[in-house]
Design a protein around this ligand. Structure first.
Ligand code: ZN
Length: 473
């Protein structure tokens, strides 16, 4: 967890404790003097010392936190709440109803992975005569955290602590994602604080565009893609159609490693569109991931949050009715049966970076085949098998074995769930005045680039926030 101890600030303030100069570990302490809330409580992911940072002492007193507010379910924003609860936090955790549904899936899965990782690590630790490690949290902690969730609908006004009220707006990033608007009363007056959360890509299917906000006194804004724009979605859809045609002609399978929440549902919708246009020649699309299946069901329970056009197209049939070729593979036996199919299928499975999950088995059975195709459509962190494939590795290690890469690997760039630079600027442009903007959730180059554009093109005073450095309200 956050590296910096917080001294009692002299003024009402907000202090970024993570996701400052980086894109994970989102966590900001809002202190009005009267009350304290945590805005996000996310896991640090990737990087050599992520585990140590996730285990670090909290830089605040848990019994002084009145409430936690989460913008969305992604673990880099929400994934340390079970540890917070395990360590003694007993207050409410405010989320949207759809975020609550997704957290039910994601926290239990995260706890399961952490228990498994600790078990695995302890095998060699015991052999080496070292102390065993504890998982950061376990399944019981995840369940206890789930019982703290309080759902608040978009646009509803909610008092979350003395002098602090909350309103969620749709951020269009993943299902249930929110822009967080806080009204803060403190000794120096009032502050309307707007936290962008992660802003969606307005080209994304299914979800609505991020809502804009007119009034703010202080803005905390994400800057993940502050230095670039994405390739268009139409172009990406055409590329996918070409891969499907090529694979069909050559008789190979198409493997798509995909994140369970968001990317998978976008893919199902897009494949359904292609099927309607007669451009999905494959008769079977396997969704081989219990977590992605559960997430798809959560999306289907909240179709009322989809944008009008896509919701009308789905016409009440949900994503499964939309894509008749879809086959859900929940059990291990179902998954293993897919391994016997040597061609003619589309296989969507996790993990998105091929570092775990069932996709590894499918890669093992297909990568060495010249007629197979792999479609990479999400971010691939350094030192993951997915990144090795993107970088053109001729052999990769999977499940303890070397596998030759003879399949064709395609990288599709247009499926981002984040707003690109132009979209970030358009969102900021909607503020009626030009409040100070602090940039978080971006690598330094992205945050600096966005700060420059916000200033030069729109007249904002925008700066990257620094971890542990309080911003006065
Ligand atoms: Zn996110």
């Amino acid at each position: 967890m956050p590296t910096h101890r917080i001294r009692k600030p002299r003024h009402p303030s907000i202090t970024p404790l993570g996701a400052a100069g980086e894109v994970t570990g989102s966590c900001h302490l809002v202190d009005t003097g009267e009350a304290r809330i945590l805005l996000e409580c996310g896991l640090f992911q990737g990087g050599r010392n992520a585990d140590a940072r996730n285990r670090r002492r909290w830089p605040f007193r848990l019994d002084q936190i009145d409430a936690v507010v989460l913008s969305h379910a992604h673990l880099d924003h929400s994934g340390l709440v079970p540890r917070l609860v395990r360590d003694g936090y007993q207050g409410p955790v405010y989320v949207t109803p759809a975020t609550r549904d997704l957290l039910d899936i994601m926290w239990q899965d995260a706890a399961h992975l952490q228990e498994r990782d600790a078990q695995w690590e302890n095998k060699w630790r015991l052999r080496a005569g070292k102390q065993p490690v504890e998982p950061i949290y376990g399944i019981d902690d995840a369940r206890a955290a789930l019982s703290c969730l309080e759902a608040v609908d978009y646009h509803a006004e909610m008092t979350v602590a003395p002098g602090i009220s909350l309103r969620f707006l749709d951020a269009g990033h993943i299902l249930g994602s929110a822009i967080v608007c806080l009204h803060l009363e403190h000794s120096r007056g009032r502050t309307r604080l707007v936290f962008s959360g992660d802003l969606g890509n307005s080209e994304t299917v299914l979800l609505r565009d991020p809502e804009t906000v007119a009034e703010a006194d202080l803005v905390l804004m994400e800057s993940t893609y502050g230095d670039r724009n994405h390739r268009g979605l139409d172009e990406t859809r055409e590329e996918l159609a070409r891969v499907l045609a090529e694979a069909h002609a050559g008789g190979g399978n198409v493997l798509i490693p995909a994140f369970a929440v968001g990317r998978t549902q976008e893919l199902l919708y897009t494949l359904g569109q292609l099927e309607r246009q007669g451009r999905l020649p494959q008769a079977q699309v396997f969704l081989d991931s219990p977590m992605a299946i559960a997430a798809t069901r959560a999306y289907e329970r909240h179709v009322n949050l989809f944008n009008h056009a896509d919701r009308a197209e789905l016409a009440g049939g949900g994503l499964q009715g939309w894509l008749p070729a879809l086959r859900l593979s929940e059990s291990t036996e179902d998954s293993m049966a897919i391994n016997r199919i040597s061609g003619g299928a589309v296989i969507i499975a996790g993990s998105g970076m091929c570092s775990g999950g069932r996709i590894r088995h499918h890669l093992k059975y297909n990568l060495w085949r010249r007629e197979a195709h792999v479609v990479i459509c999400g971010f691939q962190a350094a030192r993951t098998p997915g990144r090795a494939l993107v970088d053109g590795a001729r052999r990769i290690r999977l499940l303890g074995a070397e596998v030759a890469v003879h399949a064709t690997v395609h990288t599709l760039g247009g499926f981002s769930a984040h707003a690109g630079q132009d979209q970030l600027l358009a969102w900021a442009h909607a503020f009626r005045t030009r409040p100070p903007v602090w940039l978080v959730h971006g690598e330094p180059a992205s945050s600096e680039a966005l700060a420059g554009c916000l200033h030069d093109r729109l007249g904002f005073r925008a700066r990257p926030a620094a971890a542990g450095k309080a911003i006065d309200l």
